[in-house]
Design a protein around this ligand. Structure first.
Ligand code: CP
Ligand code: NVA
Length: 313
């Protein structure tokens, strides 16, 4: 494949085409297989990686740290309370300082604008570890997991049920549109996806042969290969808890809903999960659930993003 992602940022899948996404997924599989066989190539030897976290994280933080260690890089964790970013110091100044010292920067936080400013001013690759709007590294892990289960992405019926306008739904919609999946959002009308983003995704889906549909009826899960859900209240929206639970209770993923698909369906969730809310314990623990494969794949895919953008591989 003639894909070269050296020095590219990874801020959103909007910036990536299908060939580039598939390249990252193939590299993830290769690095995963090598690790299972005890082969470590140290593709990031002597690199220094800044990991900025304004919001909490288990999977994303640990994925970056383990991937750095496996590839010979040094990760430095910088929480909101450790550095001046966004407080005493302009984001663009922090970006220029970190860019003089580090080879790559991961950012998890609130505003997409912050990750864009870090990318614009640091001069080194910047990776989005989740913002209010997007979560592109999660989608790579999800797509790798779908390929491991179905052998392909094209034509897969991926149904997301829950908060249809959050970062996870946005990111899955963009990735599906680029890679030819049939993406369906099922949510109450109040939480339907942003219309501008949906229109943009419709255009990409036309090119890839995929489709984007939106519905407020849980009966529309029929034919889903994948049922995907996420928390009803994302980080930073804690004051909306009562309103969200009232709106989303009819959209819980439970055994009745899984049966409605009428086909062999896997259950996916980016985690962390609130069992008893968006998903029942029964579905979460069922053989259909691939959530821990998905969590493991965060590490292999994040490793691939760093290797592809920081080394000549
Ligand atoms: N899925 C995910 O991003 O998990 P963390 O919030 O634990 O990083
Ligand atoms: N939508 C969730 C995703 C967590 C990985 C949040 O932003 O909190």
């Amino acid at each position: 494949m003639s894909v070269n992602l050296y020095k590219r940022n990874f801020l959103t899948l909007k910036d990536y085409n299908k060939e580039e996404i598939m390249y990252l997924l193939e590299l993830s599989s290769e690095l995963k297989a090598k690790k299972k066989h005890g082969i470590f190539e140290r593709n990031l030897n002597n690199k220094n990686i800044a990991l900025i976290f304004e919001k909490n994280s288990t999977r994303t933080r640990c994925s970056f740290v383990v991937a750095c260690n496996d590839e010979g890089a040094h990760p430095e964790f910088l929480s909101r309370s450790d550095i001046h970013l966004g407080g005493k110091e302009d984001t663009k100044d922090t970006a220029r300082v970190l860019g003089r010292m580090f080879d790559g920067i991961e950012f998890r936080g609130y505003s997409q604008k912050t990750v864009e400013t870090l990318a614009e001013y640091s001069g080194v690759p910047v990776w989005n570890g989740l913002t209010d709007e997007d979560h592109p590294t999660q989608v790579l892990a999800d797509f790798l997991t779908i390929i491991e289960n179905f052998g392909k992405l094209e034509g897969i019926n991926l149904t997301y049920i829950g908060d249809g306008r959050n970062n996870m739904s946005n990111a899955l919609m963009i990735g599906s549109a680029k890679c030819g999946l049939n993406y369906k959002v099922i949510s109450p009308k109040e939480l339907f996806p942003d219309e501008v983003l949906k229109a943009q995704c419709d255009e990409w889906a036309k090119e890839s042969g995929g489709s984007i549909t939106v519905s407020d009826s849980v009966d529309d899960v029929k034919g889903s290969d994948v049922i995907y859900t996420d928390v009803w209240v994302s980080m930073g929206e804690e004051d909306k808890k009562a309103e969200r639970f009232a709106l989303l209770s009819p959209y819980q993923v439970n055994s009745d809903l899984m049966e409605k698909t009428g086909t062999k369906t896997i259950f996916m969730h980016c985690l962390p999960a609130i069992k008893g809310a968006e998903v029942t314990e029964e579905v979460f623990e069922s053989p259909a659930s691939v959530v821990f494969d998905e969590a493991e794949n965060r590490m292999h895919t994040i490793k691939a993003v760093m290797v592809a953008t920081l080394s000549s591989k």
